[in-house]
Design a protein around this ligand. Structure first.
Ligand code: AMP
Length: 426
């Protein structure tokens, strides 16, 4: 036998047994995008490395270590070094916003996509090299009402997919006015404790001191004792944050102000948030996160435009649904079409009529005994069997409920109604 080939490390196949959970999360994401008036956008899965280097900031982990570079088979060395698979969607969406002059459209723009992201990270539980995100972005709205609206949207998503106990942790990391002084306060504080920092944090302290706070290897007392950005906000940022918190209270969204939440990306301003399962903070990676990026459009060459968005990691959501035992009712309205002898033309014709009526149909393509065909139908999850036989000449088929065993003669055109009525029963 030939040697088998396995999937690349850090990637997963979506097998049919997981499809119900994935269908649920994608359907909820699409439906919420519609109900919250977000329009669909798609951007390429790969972009110029420079877009991410500029958009994410050279010092962020996503650029430093995790960029998944791709190259064509031909072309000059420069061309071949130019591309990276997208690690996150915001930079690509903002590039498209600028490239297509979307600032002239009636705004604020509300854009959303579902698709794969790539990070060349060390794979581990819940951390993959290819994973799927539902992303929403509002470009052109300075908030704070929209900040609360998108946080409430993400919160509603977790509830509607069936997860319980998801809480939002949030913080305000200030803006260009107040962040420099806060940065300096962090540098002063951590410089005093330099001997307790990891090598990684010493480096972060040089390039991006805020990121020392999310070094998970540091002792808790060290990060808890660090200056808090909420204490260093300018008046505008403080008022903005206060309003976001008040609006979340009004909307009944459970939230926790988390001073260590700084987000890894340099373009974030003010509101930053992350969703985790309550009581499992720390041990478990976030189910989603986002924030305000008022500096990004300008950084990428557009005119200054505020923005806010989030990315929800759908793989982790599906894993959490499995852990919480979220029930996913199996549709029992699948119909198998079975028959006697070699009457495949009749079976396929009846299958076609049922499909015309919107029913999901699996015709049995074998010539085995009827009993075997019925057993096989039940095994693949059909709730019903349509038995095609002699009586088809008078327009009738047998309709067997595979759960109760009851059977009836029914006109072909009545099958659809009977199946949808019946499938509503437990
Ligand atoms: P981030 O942009 O890093 O905040 O990512 C947003 C969300 O995407 C996270 O909260 C996770 O739910 C998900 N996510 C990020 N990286 C990964 C990964 N390597 N594997 C699976 N999900 C991820």
């Amino acid at each position: 036998m030939a040697k088998t080939i396995s999937a690349p490390r850090g990637t997963r196949d979506l097998l049919p047994e997981e499809a119900a959970a994935w269908n649920r999360v994608e359907a909820v994401a699409r439906d919420l995008s519609r109900r919250y008036a977000f329009e669909r956008i798609e951007t390429p899965l790969f972009e110029r490395v420079e877009l991410f280097a500029r958009g994410l900031g050279e010092s962020s982990a996503a650029v430093e270590k995790e960029m998944f570079r791709v190259s064509g088979a031909t072309g000059s060395d420069e061309e071949r070094a130019e591309w990276a698979l997208r690690p996150e969607p915001t930079a690509g969406i903002v590039r498209a916003f600028i490239e297509h002059g979307m600032h002239v459209r009636p705004g604020p723009l509300r854009l959303s996509l579902i698709g794969p992201m790539f990070r060349y990270d060390r794979p581990q539980a819940g951390r993959f090299r290819q994973f799927s995100q539902w992303d929403v972005e509002v470009v052109g709205d300075p908030g704070p009402a929209v900040d609360a609206e998108v946080i409430e949207l993400a919160h509603r998503f977790y509830t509607e997919v069936g997860l319980t106990d998801v809480v939002v942790h949030l913080n305000s990391i200030g803006d260009a006015v107040c962040r420099p002084a806060y940065r300096q306060a962090l540098v002063d504080y951590f410089s005093v404790h330099i001997e307790r920092l990891t090598d990684d944090s010493r480096r972060r302290l040089q390039v991006n001191p805020l990121r020392v706070l999310d070094d998970k290897m540091l002792a808790a007392d060290l990060t808890e004792g660090a200056p808090k950005s909420a204490d260093h906000l300018c008046d505008e940022c403080r008022a903005h944050f206060r309003q976001v918190l008040d609006l979340l209270d009004t909307l009944g969204v459970r939230h926790i102000v988390d001073h260590r939440l700084v987000r890894g990306l340099d373009y974030y301003t003010r509101t930053a948030f992350e969703f985790v399962i309550a009581g499992r903070e720390g041990q478990q990676q976030a189910l989603g996160g986002g924030g305000r990026y008022d500096g990004l459009v300008e950084l990428l060459g557009g005119r200054a435009t505020p923005g806010i968005g989030f990315g929800i990691g759908l793989d982790r959501v599906v894993i959490a649904m499995q852990e919480q035992g979220v029930s996913l009712p199996q549709a029992s309205d699948l119909v198998a079409v079975v028959g006697f002898a070699d009457d495949h033309a009749d079976r396929l014709r009846v299958a076609g009529q049922l499909r015309d009526a919107g029913i999901a149909v699996r015709p049995d393509g074998s010539s085995r005994k009827l009993g075997k065909q019925l057993e096989a139908a039940a095994k693949v999850g059909a709730g019903w069997a349509v038995i095609v036989g002699e009586e088809l000449r008078t327009g009738l088929v047998g309709l067997k409920n595979l759960h109760s065993g009851e059977q009836d003669s029914v006109a072909v055109e009545d099958v659809a109604a009977r199946v949808s009525e019946g499938s509503a029963l437990p």
